[in-house]
Design a protein around this ligand. Sequence first.
Ligand SMILES: NC(=O)C1=CN([C@@H]2O[C@H](COP(=O)(O)OP(=O)(O)OC[C@H]3O[C@@H](n4cnc5c(N)ncnc54)[C@H](O)[C@@H]3O)[C@@H](O)[C@H]2O)C=CC1
Ligand SMILES: NCC(=O)COP(=O)(O)O
Length: 336
Amino acid sequence: MRQAPLALTLGEPSGIGPDITIAAWLKRSTDNLPPFYLIGDADLIRRRAERLGVRIEIAETSPQSAAEIFPRALPVAPTGHVATGTPGAPDSTSALAAIASIKQAVADVKAGVASAVVTNPIAKSVLYEAGFKHPGHTEFLAELAATHGKTPKPVMMIWSETLAVVPVTIHLPLREAITTLTRELIVETARIVVTDMRKRLRLPSPRLAIAGLNPHAGEGGTLGKEDGAIVAPAVEDLRREGIDARGPLPADTMFHEAARKTYDCAICMYHDQALIPVKTLAFDSGVNVTLGLPFIRTSPDHGTAFDIAGSGRANPSSLIAALRLAARMAATSAAT
Ligand SMILES: NC(=O)C1=CN([C@@H]2O[C@H](COP(=O)(O)OP(=O)(O)OC[C@H]3O[C@@H](n4cnc5c(N)ncnc54)[C@H](O)[C@@H]3O)[C@@H](O)[C@H]2O)C=CC1
Ligand SMILES: NCC(=O)COP(=O)(O)O
């Protein structure tokens, strides 16, 4: 049976989402891309294409007809919300359009008319101004995935061919991230990583490298107590469950080339410990994947890039990698 198309969200209308969506669709044949449809405002895409000086066919459609239309036109499934965003000048008037698009994508994947959700970048501060209560997509998608009042725990992975990383604490001020860190949180996060790497990435025995929190993983307790008191016991718990986990490892020496070959995923203690190495090594090809959800969600690893929106300089490679990985994960999940 043919896989359903991918549901691509609008993202922040004033950012580079429209630019990279257009650029990815234009590469559909050369890059042999899986069919996708944008959930949003077709007029926004027409205006952006005009500004970029790009000729593009756009067809308003339902998700059910998107795969058939995809080879000749960019399929757009409207939400009824107008997206007014001016490139590089965000304001909160388009926030409802961005949020409606995410909700619709989840509804489509739950209904089985989309095989996965791929999100364009949102500007978190712009959505907060409009009353959005979630730190980012990751937490919002988990809430949309809730069933019988139970919200799944979402886990952020940034995946690339070179390195996959998971931050145990995500969008928190650093001070709060440190106090939030517990043995249980590390174990729960690592379990979700192992389950989803097996199920969605066809990796039967993922090898986890668990980073320490402090310099030199605490240097025997002289540079911080958390590594001995929290991280090391979590690693022991995981090993007792038969999970291939090592650590706490000094974070400054676990990302060099030879070290990376010894594991499949680095479990990191806070956002930047995880994202700096992967964005340095693979900014153009990194993919943000949300694990722990009952559906697949991927996204480019970059943000809204307001400084280059509408200029023609936005590189669609990370979005293309996100589309490809979503299709691969959907196929793997369907086969298992
Ligand atoms: N998944 C999501 O929705 C994400 C959203 N964001 C949001 O994006 C906004 C801006 O964040 P920043 O920290 O400035 O990061 P950013 O990734 O938007 O931009 C950082 C730098 O990289 C460049 N850049 C980013 N993507 C590019 C591309 N595809 N091609 C060429 N150059 C590119 C930008 O021009 C800028 O100089 C924030 O509001 C943040 O919340 C950030 C990361 C992920
Ligand atoms: N730094 C990664 C990021 O901000 C992505 O967050 P999310 O919107 O995917 O939750």
